[in-house]
Design a protein around this ligand. Structure first.
Ligand code: ATP
Ligand code: MG
Length: 439
């Protein structure tokens, strides 16, 4: 098989500056400073990973990773703005204002067939912390397109794995034996999907076959790491494509089992989720912010509705209460797969519990909804439900218009007449309040 094994003696193909399209204009000034200083101090210094890949594809790389033969301590001694992070494997973070240039010392891969200590029973990497040379560093990387090194010494690209060819073919090919590489780190399956969606690449058949045999291994990945990956998968502007690919390869079911079950049974829910993903992609494209709590609410909506209905049939409670309770139950269950921080689950519950309140369009309580701190998110959510026919159009139109009204016009729109308020005030005046004030 191509690229298999760990031929650490293999020489790289060196592509001279004249034969590739990566220009220094594509590279951040801060990254160039680090590269040049390392080089002038006698070390090897390369850009590596996503930035080289993206620059070759004519995309604008967003972050720049550097690989060098200088040890972290040597890097630190060259830069006053440098901090070493990580205990097991130390990385240098060199800060320029808000930009951080991550600089890693070449590392040897932990792939030693005869070294059982470095892997757990399923083949996951447990140890990956030996410094090495560039021709060792390359074999621990995931895809061939992510394993290209741009050499600041002469602006050439070092290609050990035919990465440039795979970029031209727009293919995601794992370095080495695909099954073994996925077992070492099952998150690589999600990374395959993420890059396929972002770069419009095809996942190589060899990788697809290995993925299909190993989807179950995702359950071994710590829930906190899956949350990080969830963010990258769904916040990068290619959420819809990512979602389709995750489902196609059976990965979505591993991440969101309850959601997946509902998707299989309910086409309208699929439509709703897709509408939300498209909406989110449009927001990213327009440079607007996206919050993970919104998409989590979308994914968990059908399972939450189902449990809410059950809870309501068991016990007397309002629809909002049942939704809040069900949201709590379902998100706790979801936490076992993906560790969602409370700062997202709490607003998500609020957003979902507000949904029944859109049904009421008169009275003070209804009008106060406009001032609720989750109104905006809850409204956007309701509009998506309306897009797929789950909320009446009149309701959607009412709330769209209500926001545009002045405070006085609102009162009229919500049919709040001054009289009952005056009456209430009179009544209150007759009853002395406990605190003595009317605040
Ligand atoms: P992007 O920044 O666009 O998400 P990237 O390729 O730079 O993509 P990073 O997560 O920033 O991805 O990782 C940088 C590089 O580190 C990758 O290109 C790859 O070479 C290596 N790498 C990252 N994660 C893994 C992994 N799980 N297994 C093997 N190599 C990895
Ligand atoms: Mg990167």
């Amino acid at each position: 098989m191509k690229n298999s094994g760990k031929p650490s003696s293999k020489k790289p193909k060196i592509i001279p500056r004249a034969a590739h399209t990566v220009s220094r204009n594509d590279i951040s000034g801060s990254a160039l400073k680090v590269l040049y200083r390392l080089h002038k101090s006698g070390y090897q210094a390369f850009l590596v990973g996503g930035c080289v890949r993206d620059a070759l594809l004519g995309l604008h790389p967003k972050d720049f990773d550097i690989a060098t033969n200088a040890t972290p301590e040597e890097v630190r001694s060259l830069f006053s703005n440098c901090r070493l992070i990580g205990r097991r494997f130390r990385l240098a973070h060199i800060r320029f204002g808000r930009e951080i240039i991550e600089t890693a010392t070449f590392r040897a891969a932990a792939i030693h067939k005869d070294d059982d200590v470095a892997h757990d029973d399923e083949g996951r990497i447990l140890r990956d912390n030996v410094y090495g040379t560039i021709d060792e560093d390359v074999w621990r990387r995931d895809f061939t397109c992510n394993a290209l090194y741009y050499n600041i010494a002469d602006f050439s690209i070092w290609d050990f794995t035919d990465g440039v060819k795979d970029i031209e073919r727009r293919r995601l090919v794992l370095i080495g034996d695909p099954v073994q590489r996925l077992r070492e780190d099952p998150v690589r399956m999600l990374r395959a999907v993420r890059f396929a969606a972002k770069l419009d690449f095809t996942i190589d058949d060899s990788v697809v076959a290995a993925m299909h045999k190993n989807v179950g291994l995702l359950t071994n990945v710590p829930a906190a790491r899956l949350f990080d990956e969830f963010m990258k998968l769904f916040q990068s502007g290619h959420a819809e494509k990512t979602f389709d690919l995750l489902r196609e390869h059976g990965l979505f079911a591993e991440m969101f089992p309850a959601t997946d079950q509902e998707l299989n049974e309910d086409d309208t829910f699929v439509e709703f989720v897709k509408a939300a993903l498209q909406n989110s992609d449009r927001r990213v494209a327009a440079g607007k912010s996206v919050t993970p709590m919104f998409l989590l609410g979308v994914f968990l909506w059908a399972p939450i509705k189902r449990i809410a209905a059950i809870r309501r049939s068991e016990e007397k409670m309002s629809e909002a209460q049942s939704l809040s309770l069900a949201a709590y139950e379902i998100s706790s269950e979801q936490q076992r797969r993906i560790a969602i921080p409370r700062r997202f689950t709490v607003p998500m519950r609020e957003m979902l519990a507000l949904q029944p309140r859109f049904q009421t369009m008169r009275g003070r309580r209804a009008m106060n909804l406009l001032e609720h701190r989750r109104f905006r998110a809850a409204y956007d959510f309701m509009m998506l439900l309306s897009d797929v026919g789950k909320v009446d159009e009149e309701i959607a139109d009412f709330w769209t218009e209500a926001q545009t009204l002045s405070v006085d016009d609102r009162a009229e729109r919500f049919q709040i007449d001054a009289k009952p308020r005056a009456r209430r005030r009179r009544r209150r005046r007759r009853r002395p309040s406990k605190s003595g004030s009317r605040a």
